[in-house]
Ligand binder design. Structure first.
Ligand SMILES: Cc1cc2nc3c(=O)[nH]c(=O)nc-3n(C[C@H](O)[C@H](O)[C@H](O)COP(=O)(O)OP(=O)(O)OC[C@H]3O[C@@H](n4cnc5c(N)ncnc54)[C@H](O)[C@@H]3O)c2cc1C
Length: 461
């Protein structure tokens, strides 16, 4: 038995921390985890889970609209915000409880406290005013919404932390930001009948995504009634009678009842004793790790959003598991970050895996682009004037499918499965050899016969 109180101490009970603690506990290690809020972290309490439930609520609006063409009558439909808000809260509390029980079952000691490092092995538990020691430490403290404090009145804006708890549904919402969180909440509130505007300083929303995804989502959101202003951002917020007014850099005044600031996230590394423990941070304050997620202090690891790389729950979970395999499994394990599928639960929805067209052109000299847009079968009867977009980015030399990009219903579900094919190195010929399932939307991905565009670097130069 080691001289330390614990074999492993995990700071932060979110996606990455909980997975690491549980796996180490199941291996028989003496493990403790400190969480200053509720166990579950961002994903469970103020991220993926409540967000997806809100997205589901917003989708009903479209489903009811579409149902009329199929013979349904929707007169008298009403939406009640407190019912949604409170039921979602109940669900996330329940989920947090499951996390606690799973940790307990694995023999993990849960400490309800903020934890701060005193040195590489000593952890101070503020709420209990005591210090414990551990052989290995994992920092999994996640991140929090970033707000531009140079904007006068920014404190009048809420962030994604508060959006799930609003007293009442606003009539007018201004969302500042153009990333996936901004775009998703704009879709949610617009779907719930809120007059919604997105204000984004860049040229086009959803910056790291494929250009066709960005354009198609932009058009689809506007089609649903979201006003999108790109190339401008917020300069000041004032309280006025009956609400708030945002003044933009270009001098526009946008009135709103609620302003949601969704302009990025910041890693939680302040006042945690990381410097005292010899843990190096980058310029943004994120923990610097090597490929095995080890920090500059060799017994301290960091997983998830606190390293500010791919801010996704499954990544945090896999990283937590990788560290446990490295430290307690005797098998140094690193994560393969290539071709991680992801979704944006916007309206219309995005599913994507692999390289965007723009990224592929940077790394491959010859690219074929296969693209199709089509009206999904139900849209015709529903009278919904919207087309779905599917796109394959193919390396013309090897025929390998480098990227799949989808905008439309169930795009996230499709991307998860396409992710397997891309990860396995499937070629366009493999897609062509796969027989379609008819009638589905997904069948279109195996029936695109001709490239829409062919990029050849020599010709472009
Ligand atoms: C609105 C929103 C929607 C999202 N949607 C998705 C999605 O659809 N899909 C997806 O994959 N990802 C999504 N994410 C991202 C996802 O939530 C994060 O990537 C994931 O939660 C990161 O897990 P983590 O363990 O690194 O950190 P977190 O889950 O943030 O957990 C960190 C925990 O550490 C605790 N903590 C911090 N400091 C201390 C301390 N000193 N002592 C004790 N405890 C401390 C915090 O209270 C927190 O509970 C979303 C995020 C947001 C904000």
């Amino acid at each position: 038995m080691s001289a330390y109180d614990f074999d492993l101490f995990v700071i932060g009970g979110g996606s990455g921390g909980v997975r690491a603690a549980r796996l180490a506990g199941e291996r028989g290690a003496r493990v403790a985890i400190a969480e200053e809020d509720k166990v579950g972290g961002t994903c469970v309490l103020r991220g993926c889970v409540p967000k997806k439930l809100f997205v589901t609520a917003a989708h009903f609006a479209e489903a009811f609209e579409d149902s009329v063409g199929f013979g349904w009558s929707t007169k008298g439909l009403k939406f009640d915000w407190p019912t949604l808000r409170d039921n979602v809260q109940k669900d996330v509390e329940w989920l947090s409880g499951i996390y606690v029980r799973n940790l307990e079952r694995a023999g993990v000691t849960i400490v309800k406290s903020r934890a701060v490092l005193e040195d590489r092995h000593r952890i101070n538990l503020l709420a209990e005013n005591r210090t414990v020691t551990a052989a290995t430490v994992i920092v999994a403290t996640g991140g929090r919404p970033w707000r531009d404090l140079s904007v006068p009145g920014i404190e009048l804006a809420i962030t994604s932390n508060e959006v799930f708890h609003l007293d009442r549904l606003p009539k007018r919402l201004l969302v500042v930001g153009g990333g996936y969180i901004a775009v998703e909440f704009a879709g949610v509130f617009n779907g719930l009948g809120v007059d919604t505007t997105v204000l984004y300083r860049g040229e086009e929303i959803l910056r790291p995504f494929d250009g066709d995804i960005r354009k198609t989502v932009h058009a689809g959101m506007e089609h649903r009634g979201v006003a999108i202003r790109c190339g401008d951002t917020i300069a000041a917020i004032e309280k006025v009678k009956g609400g708030l007014v945002a003044t933009t850099r270009k001098g526009e005044r946008i009135e709103a009842d609620v302003i949601l600031s969704a302009t990025g996230r910041h890693p939680n590394t302040e006042n945690m004793g990381l410097e005292a423990a010899g843990v190096t941070l980058d310029k943004k304050g994120a923990i610097v790790v090597d490929e095995y997620l080890r920090t500059s202090a060799d017994n301290i690891y960091a997983v998830g959003d606190v390293t500010d790389r791919l801010l996704l729950t499954p990544v945090a979970i896999r990283e937590g598991a990788a560290v446990i395999e490295t430290v307690f499994g005797g098998r140094p394990t690193k994560l393969d970050y290539a071709d991680i599928p992801t979704a944006v639960f916007s309206q219309p929805e995005v599913g994507t895996v692999g390289l965007s067209e723009e990224a592929a052109k940077r790394v491959c000299p010859a690219i074929d682009i296969y693209r199709t847009t089509f009206k999904p079968l139900p849209n015709r009867v529903a009278g919904r004037d919207e087309r779905m977009m599917m796109k394959l980015v193919v390396d013309a030399e090897s025929d390998r499918v480098l990227g799949c990009h989808i905008v439309g219903p169930q795009a996230g579900e499709m991307a998860q499965l396409l992710g397997i094919a891309v990860k396995l190195g499937a070629t366009k010929a493999d897609f062509d050899a796969t027989v379609a399932i008819h009638p589905t939307m997904a069948e279109e991905i195996v029936t695109i016969s001709k490239p829409a565009e062919q990029y050849r670097r020599e010709a472009a130069e």
